[in-house]
Ligand binder design. Structure first.
Ligand SMILES: Cc1cc2nc3c(=O)[nH]c(=O)nc-3n(C[C@H](O)[C@H](O)[C@H](O)COP(=O)(O)O)c2cc1C
Length: 168
């Protein structure tokens, strides 16, 4: 058992507090390559990613419900072939977040709400028949700001309510 790797997987948190520092091209490339290698049903690979580093566009994402995109250094908008690719989309989002963490960065999965997906598609030239709802906001973690956050009383339900052994 690799205790460090298990801890790495278990301790991935949603980070919404970022410093103004930019994220290097090398880190973005590494994160994207992990996303590209994420397995998909039937290896159909229905997803693409739009890398957004334009603060004006990021503010629009935030206004459309994906708040963590606003202060992030970069937002990776996941574009999938159709609404039926949501499971694949979730997997790639998680992998992008894990890869960001492996690069020493904080990240938060966030979703565009209400008119957000359609507005984002129009703004970025994404064909209207694609799904573009989920993004991964990434940046350097503002450690001080996170330390100042109130601690959740119980971050997760107990294992006894999560796992059922042999039958429900
Ligand atoms: C599918 C999904 C969608 C999410 N959407 C948002 C979002 O739109 N805005 C946001 O601030 N956080 C969003 N989050 C982050 C969750 O709120 C966060 O992961 C959850 O509260 C647990 O916190 P933790 O990841 O720090 O343990 C999303 C997370 C997931 C997995």
């Amino acid at each position: 058992m690799n205790a460090d790797l298990l801890k790495f997987l278990r301790s991935l948190r949603a980070v919404r507090e970022y410093t103004p520092e930019t994220v290097s091209q090398e880190a973005i490339d590494e994160i994207l390559d992990v996303g590209r290698w994420t397995s998909t049903g039937g290896n159909r690979q229905p997803h693409e990613v739009v890398v957004v580093r334009d603060k004006g566009v990021q503010s629009k994402f935030a206004a459309w419900g994906a708040k963590p995109a606003g202060p992030a250094a970069v937002a990776l908008l996941i574009v999938t072939a159709s609404e039926t690719s949501a499971f694949d989309e979730g997997r790639v989002a998680e992998r992008l977040a894990l890869a960001a963490r492996a690069c020493g960065l904080g990240s938060c999965i966030a979703t565009l709400k209400n008119e957000g997906p359609d507005a984002a598609k129009e703004l970025l030239g994404i064909p209207s028949d694609r799904r573009a709802r989920t993004l991964v906001a990434i940046g350097h973690t503002d450690v001080e700001a996170r330390r100042a956050l109130p601690k959740a009383a119980q971050a997760r339900k107990p294992m006894s309510e999560f796992a059922h052994w042999d039958r429900y």
